[in-house]
Design a protein around this ligand. Structure first.
Ligand SMILES: Nc1ncnc2c1ncn2[C@@H]1O[C@H](COP(=O)(O)OP(=O)(O)O)[C@@H](O)[C@H]1O
Ligand SMILES: [Mg+2]
Length: 249
C-alpha cells in the first residue's frame, strides 16, 4: 500500500532522514518508535506528502505522492489526524467531524452555517461520533472535552475522511494508561467497521506499541535501526536500550 524507498531529508546541512526504506501492507498496524529527534515527525510529514524528500521516493498505491499535500492525499485514500481540537477549539464535537467530512466531499466552499442543514454531512458525522463513543458529547465544545475525548475527536476527524490508510501522531499522548487502552480499542474497532486497512502510528508508550502493533519500525538518528515484529523488537537488547531507553526485562 505504502512504499518508501531510500528517502533522505536534509534541513540545511543537517540530515534528518538517511536512506529510509519501508513498506506498509494492507491490513497492517505499524508503530514508528524512536527517541526525540530520531526523525519520526519528519518521516510522517514526508509520507503524508507535506514535506518533499531531498532524495528517494514515496509511493501510495503505486502513485508518487512526494509533496502532494493533504487534500489530494485524502482523495487518494490516506489521511492523518488533524488536531482539529487545537486548530478550532470553539467548534463542537459534531462540527469538528463535519469539517473533516466536508473537506472529503469537496464542499469547502459552502458557508459553514449551511452545513447544519446538510443532512448527509450531519448523518455521517453522527455515525462517526457514535463509533467513537462521542455521541452524548456531540454539542460540547472541543476545548472543554477531557483529554481522552480530545484525542478521540482528533482520531475521529481523520477517520471521517474514510481513508484506506491512516497515520496517527501519538494518538494517546497525555492520557492515563487505562484511557490509552480504551482509545486504542476504539481505534481498532472503528477501523474495522469503517474499512480502514492500514494504521501507522507514532507512539511513545511502549505498552501500547507492543500491545497493538503487527510490526514496529524503530528509528534512530534518521535511520531505520529495526523493522520487525513486537516479539523480535522486545528480544533485541540493542534496540531496546537505544530506542526505548530501557533494557529488556
Ligand atoms: N524544520 C526543521 N529545520 C531544521 N531542523 C529540523 C526541522 N525539523 C526537525 N529538525 C531536526 O531534525 C531532527 C528530527 O526531528 P523530528 O523529525 O521532529 O524528530 P522526532 O519526531 O523523532 O522527535 C531533529 O534533530 C530536529 O531538530
Ligand atoms: Mg516528533
Amino acid at each position: 500500500m505504502l512504499r518508501v524507498e531510500g528517502v533522505r531529508k536534509l534541513y540545511g546541512d543537517f540530515c534528518a532522514l538517511e536512506e529510509v526504506s519501508l513498506e506498509i501492507q494492507a491490513g497492517e498496524f505499524v508503530s514508528i518508535i524512536g527517541p526525540n529527534g530520531a526523525g519520526k515527525t519528519t518521516l510522517i510529514n514526508v509520507v503524508t506528502g507535506l514535506l518533499k524528500p531531498t532524495s528517494g521516493t514515496v509511493h501510495f498505491k503505486d502513485r508518487d505522492i512526494r509533496g502532494i499535500g493533504p487534500v489530494r492525499l485524502a482523495k487518494l485514500g490516506m489521511a492523518r489526524s488533524f488536531q482539529l481540537v487545537t486548530i478550532f477549539p470553539e467548534l463542537s464535537v459534531l462540527e469538528a467531524i463535519q469539517v473533516a467530512i466536508v473537506s472529503r466531499l469537496g464542499r469547502g466552499t459552502r458557508l459553514f452555517h449551511a452545513l447544519a442543514a446538510d443532512r448527509e454531512v450531519r448523518d455521517q458525522a453522527l455515525e462517526v461520533a457514535e463509533l467513537f463513543g462521542l455521541q452524548d458529547k456531540r454539542d460540547a465544545r472541543a476545548r472543554q472535552l477531557p483529554q481522552g475525548d480530545k484525542k478521540l475527536l482528533d482520531v475521529a476527524s481523520a477517520f471521517a475522511l474514510r481513508p484506506e490508510c491512516i497515520l496517527l501522531d501519538e494518538p494517546t499522548s497525555g492520557v492515563s494508561t487505562a484511557e490509552k487502552n480504551t482509545i486504542m480499542q476504539i481505534v481498532v474497532q472503528a477501523s474495522k467497521r469503517m474499512g480502514i486497512r492500514s494504521i501507522i502510528q507514532v507512539e511513545h508508550d511502549m505498552d501500547i506499541v507492543f500491545g497493538y502493533s503487527d510490526r514496529i519500525v524503530a528509528l534512530h538518528q534518521g535511520k531505520v535501526l529495526a523493522d520487525a515484529s513486537p516479539a523480535e523488537i522486545q528480544a533485541d537488547e540493542q534496540v531496546m536500550s537505544m530506542v526505548v531507553g530501557r533494557p529488556t526485562h
